[in-house]
Each structure stands twice: as structure tokens, then as C-alpha cells.
Write a protein that binds this ligand. Structure first.
Ligand code: GLP
Length: 241
């Protein structure tokens, strides 16, 4: 595992945006797995700026989603599909045709999960998967005790994650209880994993991920199993290392 300590979130965003730009230069139709939450926003801003400033042609890039809430109406502004379209796809000048994600409003959620897992493989696999980390060490929505070999499936959120994510909704009651998430095994299939963590609130989770034992209690520790995993942390998130 490669650990990169940067001064702040903006520096982390710029560094990772440069790595994505490099990937798209080498492989213009790369499949980029994106994460939601506040942490990756500086990456998406830096990438869009870079594309504008350098004229990098990203028209063939493909974007895929890591996870999704179950049960939000289609087009809900906080569905992860809407968030990724707004924060990543549109700023890059791409359209929905470049984008794939699990269907959180499907009648048959189990079938939607399996279909998404297969679609990722059929698309040739994820070239670079961006990850954030939950305060409890979750990646995607793989909460503690998720199987390290898990595939895309439905999960129930812990109360801690619902409270953490309530800031995106009008009230805690509106935060869905169920989600679809790429499994840890699915995430590990990506060719390069890049996790960004910023702020003191992530320090314990980062320390457990990087220096703790491999454990389903800390889903992000599964990055220790991957041959090409990069963890980018600001000074505050690195404070427990
Ligand atoms: C959610 C997402 C994760 C994300 C986490 C942390 O649970 N499913 O992918 O890493 O939030 O979000 P933030 O970056 O806002 O702390």
C-alpha cells in the first residue's frame, strides 16, 4: 500500500486529478469508478479544471458508481446517481451514456445488484476506483463485518452512517436504511484503488486501515490485499499514523 501525505484536501484533490488525467491520456476510454460524500469533491473540481485548462480529451472516458441508496425516487437530488451526474459527469462535459450505476429503485434489488456486478466485468473492469472512508472504516457502503469477498449486494446502514450522512438530507428520518454497494471483492477487482481521507474525524479509521490488522471490522483494511492501492491523506487524517 502506498501512503501519500498531503498538506490539505485541495492538494489531495489536485494530486489524484493528475493521476486520473494521466490514466485518461494513456487509456482514453478508461472506466473510472467514483465515490460520493464530501471528501472526493476537490478531486472532481481539480479534474474539471484540468480538463478545461489543458484541453485533455475525456470524451471517451467512462464513469461508474460505487454505491447507491435504495428506495429514493428516480431523480432525487441526493440519490448517488444524481450526485455523480451533477459533480462528475456534467462538469466533464460527458452525458449519461458514459455513465453506469446500480438501479436503487428496481423492483428486484437482488437482480439489480447482480446485473451491476456483471456489467462492471463486461465493461472490462474498473481501471481506477476512487474511495472515501466512513468514520467506522467503511468503503462504499460496506459496513463493518462485511465479507472481504463480498460482491455487489443490498446492505443495511448502521445508525452511525445514517447520522453521518444526514447532513445531505432535511432530517435523519429521510436517510434511507438500505443501500446497494459494490462488495469489497468487487472493489478489489479494480486495477488501481485510490482512497482519499481528509480531516481529523477520519484519523482513527485511516490508522486502522493502514496499520491495523486485516479485518472485516475495518472494511477499508481490505486495501492491504490489493497489489496497487494508494491512500492519500491530509495531515489531520494522518495524525493517527
Ligand atoms: C458514504 C459513501 C462513502 C463515503 C462516505 C464518507 O457512506 N457511501 O463512499 O466514503 O460516505 O463520506 P465523506 O467523504 O462525506 O465523509
Amino acid at each position: 500500500m502506498e501512503i501519500v501525505i498531503v498538506p490539505d484536501a485541495a492538494a489531495g484533490g489536485a494530486l489524484i486529478a493528475a493521476a486520473i488525467a494521466d490514466l485518461l491520456t494513456r487509456k482514453p476510454d478508461a472506466l473510472l469508478g467514483v465515490a460520493t460524500g464530501s471528501t472526493p469533491l476537490p478531486i472532481y473540481q481539480a479534474l474539471a479544471e484540468r480538463v478545461r485548462d489543458t484541453g485533455l480529451d475525456v470524451a471517451r472516458a467512462r464513469i461508474c458508481q460505487l454505491d447507491e441508496y435504495v428506495g429514493l425516487p428516480k431523480g432525487h437530488p441526493e440519490s448517488y446517481r444524481s450526485v455523480v451526474l451533477r459533480e462528475v459527469v456534467e462538469p466533464l462535459g460527458l452525458t449519461e451514456s458514459s455513465f453506469m450505476g446500480p438501479d436503487g429503485s428496481a423492483d428486484d434489488i437482488a437482480a439489480a445488484c447482480e446485473a451491476y456486478d456483471q456489467a462492471l466485468a463486461q465493461a472490462g473492469g474498473v481501471d481506477l476506483q476512487l474511495l472515501g472512508i466512513g468514520t467506522d472504516g467503511h468503503i462504499g457502503f460496506n459496513e463493518p463485518c462485511s465479507s472481504l469477498a463480498s460482491r455487489t449486494r443490498i446492505k443495511t446502514l448502521t445508525e452511525r452512517t445514517r447520522v453521518d450522512n444526514a447532513r445531505f438530507f432535511d432530517s435523519l428520518d429521510e436517510v434511507p436504511h438500505h443501500v446497494i454497494t459494490q462488495g469489497i471483492g468487487t472493489i478489489l477487482d479494480a486495477r488501481h484503488l485510490v482512497l482519499l481521507a481528509t480531516g481529523e474525524g477520519k484519523a482513527d479509521a485511516v490508522a486502522a486501515t493502514v496499520e491495523g490488522p486485516l479485518s472485516a471490522l475495518v472494511p477499508a483494511s481490505a486495501l492491504q490485499l490489493h497489489r496497487h492501492a494508494t491512500v492519500v491523506v491530509d495531515e489531520a487524517a494522518a495524525s493517527g499514523l
